[in-house]
Design a protein around this ligand. Structure first.
Ligand SMILES: O=C(CO)[C@H](O)[C@H](O)COP(=O)(O)O
Length: 213
């Protein structure tokens, strides 16, 4: 199965993001309304992408920690195909968000940021989480960390859930991540901050297709 490419729209205006997606739409599968974009534009950002790019999936990086059903519903009502929450959340919250997403015909991605306990994966799967995301945050990246070792450790444990990986992945490093066969590759700065974002998206997509399992 070929991994999906998700572009994370974090520090970018909504207008510039729409322009960018229109240029790279054939190289990506999932548009991520990043947490910073969600803070800046709210659910209008989700509605914009759902309306303008109906052929692509939209993930709202809600990073929910509490008030699960209510917060998830905001993004789901706007048309999000995926919502995210933190693995550090209470199991009750994980269940609430999972149920809300499934009732809407959407999926839940659980973000393992700052939670490197691989044993958590079994609980997340038992609750019904669809995707677990190995994630080295932007701040941790500045200390030289990458999600590669975490992906290697977690991949075999995800026997039911899909696996996503995020955290500083770029065109010249994506190949090392594909070795462990993630289901979703999330790239933000590696496209948005590239000298040529369109070429970067195409280069990453080519490698994903080339490494199709
Ligand atoms: O969720 C995020 C930050 O919390 C980012 O969207 C994610 O890390 C991908 O961006 P980048 O490729 O720039 O690391």
């Amino acid at each position: 199965m070929t991994a999906k490419l998700e572009v994370a729209l974090d520090a970018i205006t909504l207008n510039n993001a729409v322009t960018l997606i229109s240029k790279i739409q054939n190289d990506i599968d999932i548009i991520e309304v990043g947490t910073p974009m969600m803070m800046a534009y709210g659910m209008d950002a989700v509605r914009t992408f759902v309306k303008q790019f109906p052929q692509l999936e939209v993930l709202c990086d809600t990073k929910i920690m509490d008030a699960g059903a209510y917060e998830a519903q905001l993004a789901l009502s706007a048309g999000a195909d995926y919502v995210t929450l933190l693995a550090l959340s209470d199991d009750i919250t994980i269940k609430e968000v999972t149920d809300a997403a499934h009732n809407a015909g959407s999926l839940v991605m659980v973000d393992m940021i700052n939670d490197r306990d691989p044993q958590r994966v079994a609980t997340l799967q038992a609750i019904g989480a669809d995707i677990v995301a190995v994630h080295t945050g932007v701040d941790a990246q500045s200390a030289g960390r990458t999600p590669l070792d975490d992906l290697r450790e977690l991949r075999p444990l995800a026997t039911e859930a899909q696996v996503a990986v995020a955290g500083g992945i770029k065109a010249d490093t994506v190949a090392s991540y594909l070795v462990d066969e993630p289901d979703i590759v999330i790239v933000g700065g590696g496209i948005l901050n590239a000298k040529d974002p369109v070429a970067a998206a195409a280069a990453i997509h080519r490698q994903i297709i080339g490494g199709a399992r």
